[in-house]
Design a protein around this ligand. Structure first.
Ligand code: EPU
Length: 428
């Protein structure tokens, strides 16, 4: 397995272009199953989670053509199977979107219990609640979820918690159900809106996405279409955090600044300058970072997927900051790694107290999950000395060409085979 070797201390400067949103892509690609024609999906990020979900569609029988680096054409018509491949699905959380999509198309879906990042318990009770409300039954057997029905019929569903996954899955099942479905207490993330826009481009009737009530009038047919995925809010936020951490000056391009407001607001509170343009933000830091408190919440609150990256900034800010994780039970596993670089953080359940230190120092660390891995890269870029970040397969699930993009901004980062040791010259 490869790792990243990073020599810290370089200010990041220049421009970086943000790729399509991972969490939109991995909902939209399974949604193609519902179509009766070819869908051309543009601005698809080149990341391993997309490769995996695309491969799952291929294994089901879809015809898939890569038009260029970021455009896929998917013909779902040849799909005959409603049973998803176990090997691929078990590693990836979003494989459960095949449940909603296959149920919508075949009234039957069999998918393994999902994998993905380990943040503690990741239940799917709300997904099953959504399917049941639409008239489906389910069995959980030998690690597989088997959902089936004679026909799906629209209904009112109140989600007990705000959940992205269950909102997406219920939308997928409901678009071709008979009658109207109303999802209350729905998630409002930008990728929910993107999925709704994609479904509507295929001929669905989905209204209210982006608010907490989504209304879906079922239609009999969905047609092929061309659709471009929104830019990735979290990838953008990660480069914004990296620019701030290194005292840099970076123009983050191809973004929707509105999606970044909660991140920009916190950076500004820390003393970072953020300038908004139509489809870009410029992030510049010229003075020490101030402490600040963070509470992660569903959109439009501060995103949990930016929590580890911001923790790096707080670990070198002046004073004591408090992070309150409002979504996941166990999203502080990366803290032990950050402490190896000299960060002073104590964790108690879903709360972390961060005492800012003068600077971080290089250390060998590992990516405990996707965003934790991104945080380790940022920490290594602002630490003095040569760090290595292992288990980078987590990072590659969600960041396109992370090495190339950081390098173009001036970072000293290179990918090496695990057994290759940095030379003495690099280590001093
Ligand atoms: N929850 C339930 N029951 C359910 C589903 C969720 O209790 O049936 C709870 C979860 O345990 C959690 C909360 O609801 O406490 C929110 O979970 P949600 O369903 O929103 O999360 P998810 O759909 O599994 C997506 C992203 C995550 C991101 C969360 C929150 C995808 C594939 N994953 O997960 O992204 O952290 O929403 O925004 O879209 C990442 O990209 O790094 C990542 C982990």
């Amino acid at each position: 397995m490869d790792k990243f070797v990073i020599t810290g201390g370089n200010r990041l400067t220049g421009e970086v272009s943000i790729s399509g949103a991972k969490n939109a892509a991995i909902a939209i690609i399974p949604a193609v199953i519902l179509s009766e024609g070819v869908c051309r999906i543009e601005n698809v990020p080149n990341i391993t989670d997309v490769t995996a979900i695309t491969r799952m569609l291929y294994d089901l029988g879809a015809e898939i053509r890569s038009v260029n680096k970021s455009t896929l054409e998917i013909d779902p018509r040849p799909i005959r199977s409603y049973v998803a491949s176990y090997e691929l699905a078990r590693h990836m959380r979003a494989s459960y979107y095949l449940l909603g999509a296959l149920l919508g198309r075949f009234s039957h879906a069999v998918v393994t219990m999902p994998g993905g990042c380990d943040f503690g318990v990741r239940p799917i009770d709300q997904h099953l609640k959504g399917f049941s409300a639409l008239g489906a039954s389910y069995k959980l057997e030998s690690g597989m979820v088997d959902v089936y029905c004679d026909e799906l019929v629209g209904n009112n569903i109140y989600m007990d918690v705000v959940t992205v996954g269950a909102t997406v899955n219920t939308m997928l099942a409901a678009v071709r159900a008979k009658g109207t479905t109303v999802i209350e207490n729905a998630a409002k993330e930008p990728h929910i809106v993107d999925l709704a826009n994609f479904l509507n481009t295929m001929g669905a009737d989905v209204r209210g996405a982006g608010t907490d009530v989504i209304k879906i009038k079922g239609v009999e047919h969905l047609h092929g279409c061309t659709y471009s995925i929104i830019p990735d809010q979290i990838e953008a936020g990660t480069y914004m955090a990296a620019a701030a951490a290194t005292g840099g000056d970076v123009l983050v391009k191809n973004v929707i600044p509105k999606h970044l407001e909660s991140i920009s607001a916190k950076l500004e509170e820390m003393g970072v300058e953020v300038e908004e343009y139509d489809d870009a933000v410029r992030v510049r830091r010229t003075r020490p970072l101030n402490k600040c408190n963070i509470k992660t919440m569903p959109h439009p609150g501060f995103p949990t997927d930016m929590q580890p990256q911001i923790a790096v900034l707080l670990s070198i800010a002046k004073g004591t900051s408090i992070i309150n994780e409002g979504i996941w039970d166990n999203r502080f596993r990366y803290v032990e790694e950050l402490k190896r670089m000299g960060a002073q953080i104590s964790v108690d359940g879903k709360v972390a107290v961060v005492e800012g230190v003068e600077h971080l120092t290089a250390a060998p660390v590992k990516a405990t999950d996707l965003r934790a891995g991104a945080a380790m890269l940022i920490a290594a870029m602002c630490a003095s000395g040569v760090s290595s970040v292992e288990d980078i397969q987590h990072i590659e699930r969600g960041y396109e060409d992370v090495e190339g993009k950081f390098r173009a901004l001036g970072a000293d980062i290179r990918r090496v085979q695990e057994q290759e040791k940095p030379s003495v010259a690099q280590a001093v």
